[in-house]
Write a protein that binds this ligand. Structure first.
Ligand code: PAF
Length: 285
């Protein structure tokens, strides 16, 4: 496995691969890798002859400096996992490599997709994500890029950027990988205290309740959201950042429970902000 931190070396390796006719798969990450990330790698390996993982905790996508400072870092274990999983190249740049002191600040956004969900409660977050992902796309020149659907809004925003700016890249959304009790895998789960980790199972159980009540005939959006909100708030140390029901494509709020809807939530359990979502099909009767 090749591990590189410099752009020039990265570009040399990639140009060699391209000359050989390799298909390149790219899995961007912020490290502290878990089975969810390894699922992205597995998907890439099935489809591509070379798989690149980037590990970079991108400062520009953190609207809260405390969140950035607390983001876990686990480079040695990450490299071991990548090696064992058959990753071909890990790109591990420093902040100075990605954002040299001399660089001119740039801002990218897709306003329509950023007014709801995390875009509303984490101002600046998707601007930072678009900035780093577009830079990484230019540097790695992948044919395919793999993103977890736990970050559904990120997946939509990046898919829209790729479509609108004609990046020659196919963006693949990989279903959320879950712990045995249903909690979506996330590097942030490591920061939960044992008690809060237990409380966090309210999130997957809330999605079960959402489906059950829909099947049971609930069609009043306001009442439905109240049932789900009340359920989450039975947990100690729980603060709801948002619980929204939006159109899965436009991410705009829906006003009726019909067709496919995206139920998405961000919840603070203690100090840790967890997100999850599911596309639900509302039964017609
Ligand atoms: O999903 C993440 O881990 C990050 O937002 C990403 C895509 C690696 C960009 O920093």
């Amino acid at each position: 496995m090749i591990v590189l931190s410099e752009i020039l070396e990265l570009k040399q390796v990639i140009s060699g691969w391209k000359q050989n006719g390799d298909t390149i798969g790219f899995c961007p990450t912020m490290g502290t890798l878990h089975a969810g990330h390894m699922d992205l790698v597995e998907n890439s390996k099935k489809q591509c002859s070379k798989t690149i993982v980037s590990i970079f905790i991108n400062p520009t996508q953190f609207n809260d400096p405390k969140d950035f400072a607390a983001y876990p870092k686990n480079t040695d274990a990450d490299l071991k996992l990548c090696e064992e999983s058959g990753v071909d190249l890990v790109f591990l740049p420093s902040v100075d490599v990605m954002y040299p002191k001399s660089s001119t600040p740039i801002q990218m956004s897709i306003p329509i997709l950023q007014t709801t969900l995390c875009g509303r409660t984490r101002p600046g977050h998707f601007e930072g994500v678009l900035q780093i992902v577009s830079k990484l796309f230019h540097l790695t020149e992948p044919h395919f890029a793999f993103f977890g659907l736990k970050d559904y809004q990120q997946f939509r925003v990046i898919s829209a950027m790729v479509a609108e700016l004609n990046f020659p890249i196919q963006v693949i959304g990989v279903p959320t990988k879950r712990e045995s009790d249903g909690l979506a895998m996330s590097s942030r789960n490591l920061r939960l205290t044992p008690k809060d980790r237990e409380t966090a199972t309210l999130i997957p159980r809330m999605f079960q309740l959402a489906k059950k009540t829909l099947l049971g005939g609930e069609r009043d959006l306001k009442v439905w959201k109240e049932i789900l909100t009340d359920f989450l708030l039975t947990g100690m140390n729980v603060k709801i950042d948002y619980l929204e029901v939006v159109d899965p494509m436009t991410l705009q709020p829906v006003n009726k429970l019909t067709g496919n809807v995206l139920l998405a939530t961000a919840v603070f359990v203690g100090e840790v902000r967890l997100i999850d979502n599911e596309i639900l099909t509302c039964p017609s009767k």
